[in-house]
Write a protein that binds this ligand. Structure first.
Ligand code: ADP
Ligand code: MG
Length: 341
């Protein structure tokens, strides 16, 4: 079994205005898996559902977001569970300690009115009740030093740190308990290039030491090229392709992935970059069939009526496109409410 197996996961933002229900289908029947110790990059245009997917994989689900169907199965160290069915107490235990999160925007996990040391202590205490204060301190200082941060950050308030230092502190906090899996949401966005490099280096170093599995979300393909081993491409609430990095950069198969890769700037190449014609659809009213069909140069009749299933095209290369398979996704209308009502 894989470390993480996501099955038929759908999560919508459901709102009501003037008696009309509006569903934003941010995560739309997604099935994929992640193996122990791998780094997967999740790419896709802004608004395609990347952050929402991560939140559901962490079971951070607040209205108007609702999970309509599916399972988020984790399996590690002899444990096996669907995260979406855990009781609050069990959930609190695995979140952070086993399944950790580097959220978008480094201020959200650091309390602005507390010194950083306090925030670290709170996290450690909440999970390692038996250990002594000295033990907490040692754990914290070792980790900070290992990551090449000055110990002074511990006695600072978040606003006293530069953006880059704050982001690195957030990453240190997310990994202090050596989690099995880390979800990083745009960890380098809004940082300048030199600082970005430091943050990427830090993630790689952590991965080397802690052997954690990582899902790194960014729309910056250069970051993916640098850290990811596999890349998953998301479009309009769905994963349309997953492949080894080299394969995806050199021979992308899904027409949307081809557009993404072709639109990357290349050194010394002055040609105008092509991007897909048109815009991504509204997730409140996605087109029928393949979500990409209105923009696809290879559109066929079947693409307008049916949703292609994400199938294994070759080993470690999955694609959801009728150019490569005629398998149709089933039951898209039968979303069943199982939890969180
Ligand atoms: N609280 C919310 N209520 C309604 N819609 C939302 C909410 N948060 C996000 N969305 C919508 O869900 C879709 C996916 O958003 P998000 O997961 O943040 O995308 P990404 O991270 O890929 O930019 C977008 O259309 C966004 O507008
Ligand atoms: Mg996002």
């Amino acid at each position: 079994m894989s470390l993480l197996e996501v099955e038929n996961l759908s999560a919508y933002y459901i709102t009501h205005a003037y008696g009309v229900q509006r569903d934003v289908r941010a995560v739309d029947n997604i099935t994929f898996s992640m193996e122990e110790n791998e780094i997967v990059g999740l790419a896709g245009e802004s608004g395609c559902g990347k952050s929402t997917l991560i939140k559901v994989l962490l079971a951070i689900i607040k209205p108007p977001l609702r999970v309509l169907s599916g399972q988020v199965n984790y399996s590690y160290d002899g444990k096996k569970f669907n995260l979406l069915t855990l009781e609050r107490e069990q959930l609190r235990k695995v979140q952070w300690e086993d399944i950790s999160y580097i959220p978008q925007g480094s201020m959200s996990t650091l309390n602005p009115v507390r010194k950083i040391r306090k925030t670290f202590e709170d996290v450690i205490k909440a999970h390692k009740k038996s250990e002594s204060r000295e033990e907490y301190e040692r754990l914290m200082e070792e980790h900070i030093k290992y990551l090449g941060l000055p110990l002074e950050v511990l006695d600072s308030y978040p606003h006293q740190l530069s953006g880059g230092m704050r982001q690195r502190t957030t990453i240190a906090l997310a990994t202090i308990l050596k989690p099995k899996i880390i979800f990083a949401d745009e960890p380098t966005t809004a940082l300048d290039v030199v600082v970005q490099r430091g943050v990427i280096q830090m993630l790689k170093q952590l991965h080397e030491e802690q052997k954690n599995t990582m899902l790194i979300v960014t729309h910056d393909m250069a970051v993916h090229a640098n850290v990811a081993e596999k890349i998953a491409i998301m479009y309009a609430g769905k994963i349309v392709e997953i492949a080894e990095k080299k394969e995806l950069f050199t021979a992308p198969k899904h027409p949307y992935s081809q557009f993404l890769i072709q639109s990357l700037p290349r050194i010394g190449d002055k040609r105008r970059r092509t991007s897909a014609p048109g815009n991504p659809p509204s997730l409140a009213d996605p087109p029928p069939g393949c979500r990409f069909h209105p923009r696809c140069p290879y559109v066929k009749d079947v693409c307008k009526r049916h949703i292609p299933k994400l199938i294994e095209y070759e080993e470690s290369h999955n694609i959801a496109c009728f150019l490569y398979s005629s398998e149709i996704e089933e039951g898209e209308e039968i979303v069943q409410e199982i939890i969180r009502s």
